[in-house]
Every structure is written in structure tokens, then in C-alpha cells.
Design a protein around this ligand. Structure first.
Ligand code: ACO
Length: 325
């Protein structure tokens, strides 16, 4: 019997503090930095984002998202035998946020580890979980994207601090005798490190370099549009499917213009594009599972639908996953 993996529950969580573009513009004005609701909406599609309270960590956000996903799948935490957390804003240097999350879920023993692929983290993590399930290494995995990007934003740099937010999304991925995940396609090209990075590290008890996000927005934009089309086409080809087989496109929620550009290249009408960037901002590895859960709970995405998930981010990393829900 061929073994497959399938999503059986989704969940998400946003910290309660919602910060609108006007709120942010007021805050930045206090530092002598000018921005506006109109600029942010026109260039990015973002209207608001959520910021976590200072004491809240990625694993705290992940815990809420996982509880919702477990409830939706009809499982308890005791059934979980694998935890993978995609994050670039972990609770600590080590141990992993996945190990911390495992403890917060009240379980112990199953493998738990973080995946670091920035905004492609969730497509990387679900691809790894799928491979482990198909080779018999797990039966019931929690795959999570969780971020507190507000911690690594430079609020003196208006070109980046208006783009990102905090949140978490999770899925329960289970062994199945019918295919859920159909194909995936992952890539990285480290020659582009400099266009999107947090160039700091910890050494001798000190932070060396800049522990804040740096981005060449236009370089990222150009690369993202190209690689997202390539990854979607490669994934469809591996699954023996065509553009028209996609019911819903859930790209990484970075910028509405990149997302709409990708939909157009795949000849998908814009009403097949799941958009949450307007309310969430860019939540990096959390953005895809957050968007997925919002669309499932909102009744847009239904069981049996074919979804194309697409991530792109620092590294540079990118990838896509095609699945039947
Ligand atoms: N408010 C007002 N004006 C601003 C702001 C702001 N927040 N930010 C920049 N500007 C100004 C610039 O200074 C510039 O002014 P100038 O013409 O006087 O020099 C003008 O607006 C245009 O700036 P551009 O950088 O050319 O604006 P662009 O249209 O490229 O939009 C943006 C910038 C939104 C960052 C865009 O390039 C983008 O979305 N890039 C992709 C970013 C992305 O997707 N990042 C996430 C990747 S995923 C990950 O791994 C984190």
C-alpha cells in the first residue's frame, strides 16, 4: 500500500494587538519618519498587522495555533509523533522552538525540530513532514509556521518596518491511504544572501553585526516573481497536473502585487488567490498556514480542493507544494 500524507486540521493565531497603517504612521512620525496608509496600501496591499506583546514568543503563538489545528483534526496532543516548526524568530538560540512547543503541549518523546528557510519555511517544513510520513517515520505530525518578526524590525527604516507582522499557523499532517500532498519543489540559492537578511550573530556574550532585518525590496520583488512561477510549474509537472487543476493559490503573503503577478502567470483568476496580507502583513513562515486556516474557517476552501502553496524568502529560498485537502 502506498502511504501518503494529508492535512486533517488547520489552526492559526494572531496576537491581539492590531496595528493599522495609520497607527504605524503615527508611531514613525514620532521618530521623524514619514509614511502613510496610502503609500503602504498602494505598494503592498497591507492595511494592518498584529504585533505580539514583548514577553510573548514564537512558541506561545504556535501553541494556540496547534491547539486549534488539533481540535479541527479531532486529535489530542498525545497523538502527535512529530513536530516541525518553521521560524526565523525562535524563542532562543537553542533549544529549538519545536522542543519548547512540545513541552508546552504537555507531551514528550517524539522528534521535534525547527526549520530555517525564512518565508519559505512552511513549504520546506511540510515537505519534510510528508517525506517522513511516507517513509513510515511518523503518522501524525504538527507542522507549524510561527514568527515574531516585530522583534527584528528596524523601526527607523520605513522601507521594511511597515511590511511585517507576527502570528502563527499550523496543520495536522497525517498518514493516509489517499493522496493529500501530490508534489513539492524546493530550492535555495545562497548567492543572494545580501538582498534579504538579518546580518547579526551572537558571539562571546555579545550580538555582533546588525540583528535587524535588511532588504533590497526591488531585488527581492524581481526574483520572487520569477521563482514563484518556476516553482509552481515544476510542481504541477511532477504531479502530472496543469494550471487549471488549481482550485486555490496560497502564496506567501508578502506583497499583493507579487501575489497577483504570480496568479496571472499561472492564468488563474484573481478570485482563486487567497489574500490575507491586507490584515496580517508579511508574517514570514507563518503566512501560508495563517492564510490557509483563514480560508478554511471562512468557508472558501473545502475538503477535496486542490491547493498550490508557494513560499519565497531569505536565503534566497523558494518552493511550492501541491495538495488535495
Ligand atoms: N512610506 C513612504 N514612502 C516610502 C516607504 C514608506 N514606508 N518606503 C519607501 N518609500 C519611498 C522610497 O524612499 C522611495 O522614495 P524616492 O522615490 O523618493 O526615492 C519611494 O517610496 C519608492 O520606493 P521603492 O523602494 O522604489 O518602492 P517599491 O515600489 O519598490 O516598493 C517594496 C517597495 C514594497 C518594499 C517592494 O519593493 C516590495 O514589496 N518588494 C518585495 C518585498 C518582499 O516581498 N519582501 C519579503 C520577502 S519574504 C522574506 O523572506 C522576508
Amino acid at each position: 500500500m502506498t502511504l501518503y500524507s494529508r492535512i486533517t486540521g488547520t489552526g492559526s493565531y494572531l496576537p491581539p494587538r492590531r496595528v493599522t497603517n495609520d497607527d504605524l504612521a503615527r508611531e514613525l512620525a514620532g521618530r521623524g519618519i514619514e509614511t502613510s496608509d496610502q503609500w503602504i496600501i498602494e505598494r503592498t496591499g497591507i492595511r494592518a498587522r498584529h504585533f505580539a506583546a514583548p514577553e510573548v514568543t514564537s512558541s506561545d503563538l504556535a501553541l494556540h495555533a496547534c491547539r486549534h489545528a488539533l481540535e479541527a483534526s479531532g486529535h489530542s496532543a498525545r497523538d502527535v509523533d512529530l513536530i516541525i516548526v518553521a521560524t526565523s524568530t525562535p524563542d532562543m538560540v537553542f533549544p529549538s522552538s519545536a522542543a519548547i512547543l512540545q513541552n508546552k503541549l504537555g507531551i514528550a518523546g517524539c522528534p521535534a525540530f525547527d526549520v530555517q528557510a525564512v518565508c519559505s519555511g512552511f513549504v520546506y517544513a511540510i515537505t519534510v513532514a510528508d517525506a517522513m510520513i511516507r517513509t513510515g517515520g511518523a503518522k501524525c505530525a504538527l507542522v507549524v509556521g510561527a514568527e515574531v518578526f516585530s522583534r527584528i524590525l528596524d523601526f527607523n527604516d520605513r522601507t521594511t518596518c511597515v511590511l511585517f507582522g507576527d502570528g502563527a499557523g499550523a496543520v495536522v499532517l497525517e498518514a493516509s491511504d489517499t493522496p493529500g500532498i501530490l508534489a513539492s519543489d524546493l530550492h535555495a540559492d545562497g548567492s543572494h544572501v545580501g538582498i534579504l537578511c538579518v546580518p547579526g550573530n551572537v558571539s562571546g556574550g555579545q550580538v555582533l553585526g546588525t540583528p535587524l532585518l535588511r532588504m533590497d525590496g526591488q531585488a527581492v520583488f524581481k526574483l520572487a516573481v520569477r521563482v514563484l512561477e518556476d516553482a509552481a510549474r515544476a510542481t504541477l509537472a511532477k504531479a502530472g497536473k496543469v494550471d487549471a487543476d488549481i482550485d486555490w493559490l496560497i502564496p506567501h503573503q508578502a506583497n499583493i502585487r507579487i501575489m497577483q503577478g504570480t496568479a496571472k502567470k499561472l492564468k488563474l483568476p484573481l478570485d482563486k488567490l487567497i489574500v490575507t496580507v491586507d490584515e496580517h502583513g508579511n508574517t514570514s513562515a507563518a503566512s501560508i498556514p495563517l492564510a490557509l486556516d483563514a480560508a478554511v474557517r471562512g468557508g472558501k476552501i473545502k475538503k477535496g480542493d486542490t491547493l498550490m502553496l508557494e513560499g519565497v524568502g531569505g536565503g534566497f529560498t523558494w518552493g511550492a507544494v501541491l495538495l488535495n485537502l
